[in-house]
Design a protein around this ligand. Structure first.
Ligand code: ADP
Ligand code: MG
Length: 631
């Protein structure tokens, strides 16, 4: 029996197109062929399971091998095999139509690069690296004849009698030495297998490796060792996510984490995902300890489809705020052969997204309830996810508001309700707004925090990288609540209760003080005002209005639309405390320049207390201080 034929297609030669499309990702041919071999083996297992295949299954191991001299790579399995008819049907028609369809769909679109690595082109991806592909197969069906198929990358193929005597299939690639010689290399092939095939459900053998075994005793009765060869199995066919959580211990999860990320610190905790309706998804997500450079930590989740590695760019499958998690997600229901924009619109993907979000929220809620103290300890790591989630996902906010924590500058933690209760009595302003005070840098803002504490107000610590956004979210979500940074205003105005403190200065003196200070400060970006503050407050207090600083913050973080603030200098309010003895002393000095010197000194002290004094101004301050204390 020998038959020549023509693969019927209506497009131009498909192979150059396949090559061009997948240029950067040729290596996936191995993933495709090995997973076909695994599929064929699993199908046979299934047939055996339902009694349709009555023979011995035997060893179903898949084998990958290469021969440098013959310039071939071979993928062999002992699966269901194919007859000549099967090959015509599955390879010539079905596989080919799949490839044709694919090329038709994408050849005119600009996003080839995007989809690369996100789909399988199937059997025909073999032609990305081979100039000739050979199939040598014997079907599992009793009495079948072995069949051989050869195709040289044109649209012509040849089917003849094969010589395989054992059930299963060999796919033999005659490697194209012009552009694909790199694949005839052990390390290269091992690398590809590690990347894509590490968790395939059937054992995959690639060559052999050395193993030390005991070999009797030496003269001193110590054990001797010798090196023997054993099969190099490249995969773990039963990865943890495929098992039932009830069978697993913490140590199992930690060991699997180490298997995935050999050099990482231990994770904080993990979530085992397992759904089969309305979509299929399994996986394990780990919460890592988050380092500051959290951009670096993204793309740590690996996406699998039936244990075949697809990609570690899970951007559209996992909610953005959970991209910092590590682990694996396995779902046959995620469409892999479509472009990004389609993926975002896909119903299953959306459901998967909200399922994962819900699971994560449930887990956090559970940890919070179970052991609050432990949860607080982990808050510096967990908090980042929770805040990120609350910022970006309404649904998550609604769940997380019950287990999100606020930390004050004394290291105490409160949930939202607790904090409201704590502050309600004292921190309401004249309009009945609750005012939360926060510090972004308790060391630098120490003076302000001290004044605030004198009033028995509380100060939150908001020094995390997401906190400036989080503050906005809180204000938006919490009823009649404002957040103000400790140095946004003088303490009486932070929470304005409309209580007037009498001024010891006459209006006339106030005007005089203002003029002297304005001259001494000599900065057109500062607005000077003389105010009646408590006499134990600082003589001069420099503040930046909340709205102004938030705009500046946003702009610094690259917030859109804030570009016009680019050249705007920092604007400060300078409050002169009319009730401080130092101000009276300024007014009382008999010489103009003595007045100014003292005023400047008081202003510099205010700057100094906030770390704002630097450069020439700092040097002048030091010199002036030396002079004043020597006189
Ligand atoms: P897919 O795997 O998505 O079906 P492929 O192009 O990879 O598409 O393969 C096409 C078909 O060829 C398979 O569905 C299967 O029927 C057949 N096939 C491919 N490789 C093998 C193999 N090693 N053993 C048996 N059948 C195979
Ligand atoms: Mg396939």
């Amino acid at each position: 029996m020998q038959e020549k034929g023509n693969i019927s297609i209506h497009t131009e030669n498909i192979f150059p197109i396949i090559k061009k499309f997948l240029y950067s990702d040729h290596e996936i041919f191995l993933r495709e062929l090995v997973s076909n071999a695994v599929d064929a083996s699993q199908k046979l297992k299934q047939l055996s399971g339902i009694g349709e295949f009555k023979g011995e299954l035997g060893d179903l191991r898949v084998e990958v091998s290469f021969d440098e001299a013959a310039k071939t790579i071979t993928i062999s399995d002992r699966g269901i095999g194919m007859t000549a008819e099967d090959i015509k049907k599955y390879i010539n028609q079905i596989a080919f139509s799949g490839a044709t369809e694919f090329v038709e769909k994408y050849k005119d679109k600009g996003d080839e690069q995007q989809i690369i690595g996100h789909f399988g082109l199937g059997f025909y991806s073999a032609f990305m690296v081979a100039e000739k592909v050979e199939i040598n197969s014997l079907s599992h069906v009793e009495g079948s004849e072995p069949a051989r198929w050869i195709c040289d990358g044109s649209t012509e193929f040849e089917i003849s009698e094969g010589d395989r005597t054992e059930r299963g299939t060999d796919i033999i690639l005659h490697v194209n030495m012009e552009d694909s010689a790199e694949f005839l290399n052990e390390a290269r092939l091992q690398g590809i297998l590690d990347k894509y095939c590490k968790f395939l459900p059937i054992e995959v053998k690639f060559g052999e490796k050395d193993k030390q075994v005991e070999d009797g005793k030496d003269d001193e009765d110590k054990p001797k060792y010798k090196t023997v060869k054993e099969d190099n199995i490249i995969n773990n066919p039963a990865p943890l996510w495929t098992k039932s959580p009830s069978e697993l211990t913490d140590e199992d999860y930690l060991a699997f984490y180490r298997e995935l990320y050999p050099f990482s610190e231990e994770p904080l905790f993990w979530i085992h995902l397992n759904v089969d309706y309305p979509f299929n998804l399994t996986g394990i997500l780990y919460f890592p300890k988050v380092k500051n450079d959290f951009e670096m930590q993204k793309n740590k989740i690996q996406l699998y489809s039936r244990q075949v590695f697809i990609t570690d760019e899970v951007k559209d499958v996992v909610p953005e705020f959970l991209m910092l998690l590590h682990g694996v997600i396995d779902s046959p229901d995620i469409p892999l052969n479509v472009s990004r924009s389609f993926l975002q619109a896909d119903g299953n993907v959306k459901k998967i997204n909200s399922y994962i979000t819900k699971k994560v929220a449930d887990k956090l809620g559970e940890l919070y309830k179970k052991d609050r103290a432990e949860y607080e300890k982990k808050w510096s790591d967990i908090g980042l996810f929770v805040k990120y989630g609350m910022l970006s996902d309404e649904k998550f906010y609604d769940k997380a508001k019950d287990f999100a924590l606020l930390e004050n500058v004394d290291g105490e933690f409160f949930n939202f309700d607790e904090y409201k209760t704590k502050t309600e009595a004292l921190q309401k302003d004249k309009d009945d707004n609750l005012v939360y005070l926060y510090s972004t840098d308790p060391a630098k803002q120490h003076t302000f925090i001290q004044s605030i504490k004198k009033k028995s107000y509380d100060v939150l610590k908001m020094d995390g990288q997401l906190d400036s956004h989080f503050i906005g979210t809180l204000e938006h979500k919490l009823e009649k609540t404002q957040l103000k940074r400790v140095d946004a205003e003088t303490v009486d105005k932070l929470i304005n209760k409309d209580e007037k403190i009498e001024s010891v200065l006459s209006d006339d003196d106030k005007e005089k003080a203002k003029t002297i200070f304005e001259k001494a400060i000599n900065d057109k970006n500062s607005t000077v005002a003389v105010e009646s503050l408590a006499s134990d407050e600082m003589p001069v207090i420099v503040t930046m209005p909340e709205f102004m600083r938030r705009m500046k913050d946003m702009q610094r973080q690259g917030g859109g639309g804030m570009m016009m603030m680019g050249d705007m200098p920092d604007q400060y309010n300078v409050a002169i405390n009319a009730n401080h003895p130092l101000v009276a002393k300024v007014l009382g000095s008999d010489q103009e320049d003595a007045k100014e010197k003292l005023a400047r000194q008081a202003y510099d002290l205010a700057l100094l207390s906030q770390g704002l004094l630097e450069g020439e101004a700092l040097t002048q301050f030091i010199n002036r201080s030396v002079e004043l204390s020597t006189n």
